[in-house]
Design a protein around this ligand. Sequence first.
Ligand code: NAD
Ligand code: TYD
Length: 350
Amino acid sequence: MNILITGGAGFIGSNLVRYMVKKYPACRIINFDNLTYAGNLENLKDIENEPNHVFVRGDICVKGHVQGVFEGYSIDSVIHLAAESHVDRSILVPEEFLKTNVLGTHALLGAALEYWRTSRDKRHVFLNVSTDEVYGSIADGSFSEDSPYAPNSPYSASKAGADHLARAFNKTYGLPVITTHCSNNYGPYQLPEKLIPLMALNALEGKELPVYGEGENVRDWLHVDDHCKALDIVFQKGRPGETYNIGANCEWKNIDLVKKICAILDLLRPDSPRRPHANLIKFVKDRPGHDLRYSIDSSRIRRELGWEPLYLFEEGLKETVRWYLDNPGWSARVRSGDYMDYYEKNYLRR
Ligand code: NAD
Ligand code: TYD
């Protein structure tokens, strides 16, 4: 079986490619990624020579690239993660999000439809990896798969657009699409533009810890390995046309989470002159349109497919912070160049 994973050089994608390459030695994993600022082949160093892993550099927005990979590698199924993924960047440059997330997903859906037209008897899957953010913000209770879409950022609006197209390709053309909505991920190889690695690395270096607004916003956290296992189960056993929420019932207010990261660093770096790291916290101007709370009801995937998260948040967070301490070269390299330009644009105006 030839499985196309798009966005496989990014945070979740690289963890998923590693997981699938190791778990399915008889399958060929074709990792298709354009290597934007967020894509990094260093994330895949330990598996670059595995015989069942092929990296193809290409852009999901370019029809020729997409058709070329389907034909060149006889693609049987797709797990689609390639996206522009950061909310703050989407506020600065929304059109890039529309292009990649909406038009790119459309190009991929079209290529799958075209390529699989003649082999309907085979089991094909197009797994569209979406986010809980398409549901907007929720004051009480949790998002179910039936919650209405109410995206509030250009990022979530563009992911919603991709989901609607994926749904339409299933309803109209019968493409075997499955969509997942996962909560916030954390773990190794996440770019330090996102909350957890940004706070851990800034604290380590004695830089300010910029908490938006009053830090009262709540996010529902899931370890990336648990997400990868969920995607694998949905890929293997999910029903085409269905949607599945993925989450670990692990809600934290940002301010409490940042304090937790500081406490972990206090423990891991007992001799640091930055201790207590929590003194570095600074409340800064809020993100416009900032969703107050995400909360995922993942009972369908648990009940129907038997998935459950294995990580305890305390353990996973500590392990993750330790990973950033143990990989200073990786962090330095991903924070050079474009990252600093973005950091200045996003934080200096706050
Ligand atoms: P990421 O930004 O770390 O990685 C995105 C990857 O996509 C990069 O490797 C990048 O090079 C690639 N890419 C971007 N544009 C491309 C293009 N035009 N053609 C080919 N490749 C392209 O993102 P992530 O955090 O790993 O998220 C992966 C997916 O999971 C996204 O679709 C995101 O919406 C979804 N998701 C993320 C989270 C989270 O907490 N990070 C939660 C739920 C869902
Ligand atoms: P982020 O990691 O960007 O994920 P998302 O916006 O997709 O949930 O942010 C997580 C939360 O942390 C969100 O409520 C915004 C907040 N945040 C800060 O307070 N400061 C920061 O510097 C960043 C990057 C995020």
